[in-house]
Design a protein around this ligand. Structure first.
Ligand SMILES: [Zn+2]
Length: 290
């Protein structure tokens, strides 16, 4: 069985050759000096905080194509010599503006709350939902064709013998998903029924209701058809007047979902159920956040 095959599109890469890379002995020492002690960064809605130097350190560790010895507090430098600005937050920028055009800084702003239980997310607290487009195009492919070139079939045992889904082989994503599937297949059948119907991995497309690329465009996200009462997405729950949806707090008591989320997180995936703008069926490979 083949699940979740592709759609098509194009895109552009916002990377530039490195003009200056301050060669420093230790990138992390520089960051510590530049920013002082890890500084709590509060999001515009007052909901999130994080220590950026530590998170930048995790980013460099999670993406081996980054050249740690040449990165600076202002610049990510890749081993191929290209670079991209980190672009610290500009005062007064709204959450919507960050979401529409996230910088590396924005991407690292929120700490993802690994584990269970977790606090119901505060307003606009969406750890992992701010994504710097240029960063993902650099790692996984700038165009549909580039991304598709790196897709591999990953066996997904919970969906049955021989079932597989396409996923990016870049940066260890496919390998991580394979490990998740193998581990989930050892769990009880009443848990596996949550993940035995994958309903989308790679799909070169924009996010519903927005014009920015979905993480599915890069082959690093997987969705499942969940039991009906928890198959929930914030946009579907929003009132006719555009009222903000109420977080489905009952999910916190769901032991099967807990078991599944813990396995995904162990292998570097975040879960959309920990976002204010919740997406309970969505898992995404984001090793820098875990
Ligand atoms: Zn998804």
């Amino acid at each position: 069985m083949r699940i979740g095959d592709s759609a098509c599109g194009t895109g552009a890469l916002a990377c530039r050759p490195i003009g200056y890379a301050m060669r420093m002995g230790t990138f992390f020492l520089v960051i510590a000096l530049a920013w002082g002690e890890p500084v709590a960064q509060v999001d515009p809605a007052g909901a999130g905080s994080s220590s950026l130097p530590a998170q930048l350190e995790r980013l460099v560790k999670a993406y081996p194509d980054l050249d740690a010895s040449r990165c600076t507090p202002d610049l990510l430098v890749w081993k191929d010599g290209t670079s991209m600005p980190i672009s610290p937050q500009v005062a007064g920028r709204t959450y919507d503006a960050q979401l529409a055009n996230a910088t590396i800084w924005d991407q690292l702003l929120f700490v993802y709350p690994k584990g269970w239980p977790f606090e119901i997310p505060g307003v606009n607290h969406d750890p992992g939902r701010l994504r710097c487009d240029a960063f993902f195009r650099k790692v996984y492919g700038a165009t549909a064709m580039d991304v598709e070139r790196q897709l591999v079939r990953v066996l997904w045992p919970p969906a049955g013998q021989g079932a597989s889904v396409p996923f990016s082989s870049a940066n260890g994503a496919a390998e991580a998903l394979r490990n998740v599937g193998e581990e989930l297949s050892t769990l009880a059948s009443e848990i596996q029924r949550y993940v035995n119907r994958p309903c989308g991995t790679y799909n070169w497309r924009t996010i519903a209701g927005a014009d920015r690329p979905s993480p599915h465009s890069f082959g690093i996200a997987i969705d499942f058809t969940l039991p009906k009462h928890i198959h929930r997405y914030w946009l579907w729950d929003r009132g006719k007047n555009g009222d903000e949806p109420v977080y489905p707090a009952e999910i916190l008591d769901d032991a099967a979902m807990r078991a599944i989320v813990e396995v995904f997180e162990k292998h570097g995936f975040i879960w959309g159920g920990k976002w204010y703008h919740y997406d309970l069926m969505h898992f995404e490979y984001r090793p820098e956040l875990l």
